[in-house]
Write a protein that binds this ligand. Structure first.
Ligand code: CTP
Ligand code: MG
Length: 379
């Protein structure tokens, strides 16, 4: 069975408010839509993932999904059901998982349960029990509603593609809020599988805060290390820690040879498992000749933030007999913090000599080591 994930992201998020529709807002540094897409597309049972966006949202969606394979974006409609219809018309395969972009976290076990159910049912949806008392409300609190046998229905909802298409073709009612409504009216047998609180939809501003907190609890600490050396050559000044430092000797290198920024960049890339600086900025590439190393650090920080990483701290040690680092330490910390978007207290710069020993002791060059502490989500 080939399964396509169809993510509807064409809404305007009117109840959430804010400057951009909720699906493009950042959640721990990563757009909500990207969270939702990644959660489904990395499931081994899902062959392809497609995304429905509103008219005029193509650019925001493309930026949010940069580097993620979702094929061509599909244009949605005025109501959620219009967006789903447009999506169903554009995809193929045996089965579809229709999912709200506004539900950023989808545990893989839920997808397992949904897909397993399609063997016996034409559709399946994740449900959660109703824990609170239910009541009708008018001007005052009205009649209680018996909650026995009631459930809250989440997405993703799985269907055999042809069955869902024909259910939508036959749908006569006004805008349905999800596929189970349409499928039920068409007489499809839809299984109820266990849902998950992580799938809760982001609807109101308070939902966003809840999601941030939930995510914060799932971040795990990581450490990356970086090391770099550049040889002295020619005349100073040199670039060190993002600032110009007067020195009798210059440093040789393809870029501006800032060992401190290079070591910090590598430490950050290392913490996120993203390779090393040479991989991202090969010395063989003429573009980086004489480049300001701030570019490298900025790029590494952007890569980490795009993965939802929080950078807690960077610490580096400069190993050199000269120049003296002490008088420049505060300026270096301030500049590194500025480049990396950190507070100054999240940046530490230290220095040591090697007591005249080794290449740094012989004043042949400068070395730097760095350690980066970050937190990244496991989901
Ligand atoms: N959606 C869609 N097309 C629409 C309306 C909604 O694709 N015309 C999508 C939303 O982007 C969201 C999902 O359907 O991922 C669930 O809808 P909802 O939570 O209602 O989102 P919005 O319609 O954007 O929010 P609101 O109703 O508050 O305006
Ligand atoms: Mg809506």
């Amino acid at each position: 069975m080939t399964t396509t994930a169809l993510i509807v992201a064409a809404g305007s998020g009117s109840r959430m408010g804010g400057l951009v529709p909720k699906q493009f807002r950042l959640l721990s540094g990563k757009p909500v839509l990207r969270w939702a897409v990644e959660a489904l597309s990395r499931h081994p049972a899902i062959r392809s993932t497609r995304v429905v966006v509103g008219k005029g949202q193509q650019e925001s969606a493309a930026a949010a999904l940069n580097g993620v394979d979702v094929g061509e974006l599909i244009e949605g409609g005025a109501e959620r059901a219009d967006s789903v219809r447009a999506g169903l018309a554009a995809i193929d395969g045996d089965a579809v998982l229709v999912h709200d972009a506004a539900r950023p976290f989808c545990p893989p076990e839920v997808v397992d349960r949904l897909i397993a159910s399609l063997e016996f049912f034409e559709g399946a949806a994740p449900v959660l029990p109703v824990g609170d008392t239910l009541a009708r409300i008018g001007d005052t609190l009205g009649e209680p509603v018996d909650r026995t046998g009631l459930a809250r229905v989440q997405t993703p909802q799985a269907f055999r593609l042809d069955a869902l298409r024909s259910a939508y073709d036959r749908w006569q009612g006004s805008s349905p809020t999800d596929e189970t409504t349409v499928a039920g009216a068409a007489g499809l047998r839809v299984a109820a599988v266990a849902g998950d609180p992580a799938l809760e939809k982001l609807t109101l501003p308070s939902d966003f805060e809840r999601a941030e907190q939930w995510l914060a609890g799932r971040l795990s600490p990581r450490t990356g290390m970086g090391f770099d050396v550049h040889a002295f050559a020619g005349d100073g000044p040199i670039m060190l820690g993002g600032i110009e430092v007067q020195h009798s000797r210059g440093l040789s290198g393809h870029s501006d040879a800032d060992v401190v920024l290079h070591a910090i960049t590598d430490a950050l890339l290392g913490a996120a498992g993203l390779g090393d600086i040479g991989e991202h900025f090969p010395p063989s590439d003429a573009r980086w000749k004489g480049a300001a190393s701030a570019i490298f650090l900025t790029h590494a920080v952007e890569l980490l933030r795009a993965r939802g990483a929080i950078i807690d701290h960077v610490d580096c040690t400069i190993i050199a007999e000269a120049p003296k680092v002490g008088p420049h330490r505060d300026a270096m910390r301030a500049r590194i913090a500025e480049i990396a978007g950190l507070r100054v207290d999240q940046v530490s710069v230290k220095a040591t000599t090697t007591e005249g020993l080794g290449f740094t002791g012989r004043r042949e060059g400068i070395a730097a080591q760095a350690v980066a502490s970050v937190r990244m989500s496991a989901c």
